[in-house]
Design a protein around this ligand. Structure first.
Ligand code: SF4
Length: 447
């Protein structure tokens, strides 16, 4: 029996890649194990979008040095966004790693794993569907990015945009339903560009419609969207298709046109406001998430205040905030001075976090006393946890013994906070208990 271990850090795309890789290895007879020490193949799926993530990958890689004992029979592979076209520097630094595989080339690792088992395999014919998926699961629909925002390393690591055929995605959704999945999130670095590189004339709206027709799927999400590519056609699909939820993630990154230009973001902030208005017109009550970078090269106090102004004006449900850090190899790294002092970046990040805490408190407060539909994902410390269609995290207690995972439950909201909601099943009273809320700040990995 052969075993594999996968450690994953970073965005949802990395999570989806790891699931697909795991599925392939299991089809080749490998069992997943919980520790690297028990594995024959150890895979680290890395992220370098932020310095903090890269530091964790380096620490994890260093911790694996001891695995290469006298027999040297464990194979260590590094994939994800740390691996670019040039790997010589990685080979020098991490000589105990056997394979450095770019995210779009993970089939090379599958072929090695098959060979190690003495099996022939055609990766194109394998069904790379998560073998033990969560009730809410990711499906990559378009890989790569052609944009080259000046701060971003992703296009150098994930390559050019490439959409998967629509029928392949529908087939994967059907397979996931058979494995208990109730909600899918269609993923792309720029998901609203889906289809532009495929023959024929169709787009994300057509894909949403096709997935909406899959029996057994209850909810459909998609992320991350680029403001420029969020067409009226896509917004209409969100409004009209019953399974597509009322939640959009559209990063604006900065509220200042000069900063947007330095970031190579192809829109003015007035166009972003126009998009928000269109979204709220087509989809009343839509929940909005965004990504913001503070302290980008040359950002003045005035420019930063424009970002604050956007947050005040739009009043997002969720904001993923990052203080800018230079990523080696990006356009900004080569051409623009990273001249905002670290203390100022931190201060601006703190200002945005405090502001968003207040706004999210106010946005969630009206939900008190409302009945919401929750897709239950798991049980945490005795309470069920799930999400509303608008992606609000909800905790509730259920005196019954039934396993609620995968169920759509009606929950009465009895307590709100900026980060989560707490409720009860209809007909049951609410008892105050230890809150489990936490702030989750997701690294910027999309548009
Ligand atoms: S921020 Fe998004 S759109 Fe810009 S280069 Fe990175 S992945 Fe592409």
């Amino acid at each position: 029996m052969s075993n594999y271990y996968i450690w994953t850090i970073g965005c949802q795309m990395n999570v989806a890649d790891s699931q697909r890789l795991g599925s392939a290895l299991e089809q080749l007879g490998y069992d997943r194990v919980a520790t690297a020490e028990d594995a024959d193949i150890v895979i680290l799926n890395s992220c370098v979008v932020r310095q903090g993530a890269e530091d964790k990958v380096v620490a994890r890689l260093d911790s694996l040095k001891g695995l290469k004992g006298a027999t040297n029979d464990v194979t260590i592979a590094l994939t994800g966004c740390m691996v670019g076209p040039q790997v010589e520097h990685l080979k020098d630094r991490f000589s105990h790693v056997d394979f450095f595989i770019r995210p779009q080339e993970i089939t090379a690792l599958v072929e090695f794993a098959a060979d190690r088992q003495g099996l022939a395999c055609d990766v194109d014919q394998m069904l790379l569907v998560a073998s033990r998926p969560q009730v809410s699961t990711f499906i990559p629909v378009i890989q790569g990015c052609d944009e080259f925002c000046t701060y971003c390393i992703v296009p150098y690591r994930r390559g050019r945009e490439s959409s998967r055929p629509l029928n392949e995605i529908v087939g994967e959704t059907e397979e996931l339903v058979d494995r208990g999945v109730v909600e899918v999130t269609l993923l792309g670095q720029i998901v609203d560009k889906y289809g532009h590189d495929l023959p024929g004339d169709f787009d994300l709206a057509d894909l949403l419609s096709a997935v909406n027709d899959v029996q057994g799927i209850e909810r459909i999400r998609f992320l991350t969207s680029h403001p420029r590519d969020m067409s009226d056609r896509i917004l209409r699909a969100v409004a009209d298709l019953p399974k597509v939820v009322e939640h959009l993630n559209v990063p604006f990154q900065s509220g200042d046109d000069g900063v947007l230009e330095r970031m190579r973001r192809p829109y003015a902030i007035t166009e972003y406001f126009d998009l928000i208005e269109r979204a709220r017109t087509y989809v009343p009550g839509v929940a909005l998430a965004t990504d913001v970078i503070v302290g980008f090269c040359g950002e003045t106090e005035e420019e930063f205040q424009r970002t604050v102004g956007v947050l005040e004006r739009v009043r997002f449900d969720t904001v993923h905030i990052a203080a800018y850090s230079t990523r080696s190899g990006t356009i900004a790294d080569r051409k623009i001075a990273d001249d905002v002092p670290p203390g100022v970046k931190l201060e601006r990040k703190n200002i945005v976090e405090s502001l968003q805490e207040r706004i999210a408190t106010e946005v969630n407060m009206p939900l008190l006393g409302n009945r919401v539909e929750v897709l239950v994902e798991r049980k945490v410390r005795g309470r069920w946890e799930g999400r509303t269609r608008t992606n609000k995290l909800v905790h509730f207690e259920d005196p019954g013994e039934a396993d609620r995972v995968g169920s759509l439950m009606e929950v009465d909201i009895a307590r709100t906070s900026p980060w989560s909601l707490t409720g009860t099943l209809p007909g049951y009273g609410y008892t105050e208990s230890e809150p489990t809320e936490a702030i989750t700040l997701v690294p910027v990995g999309g548009p």
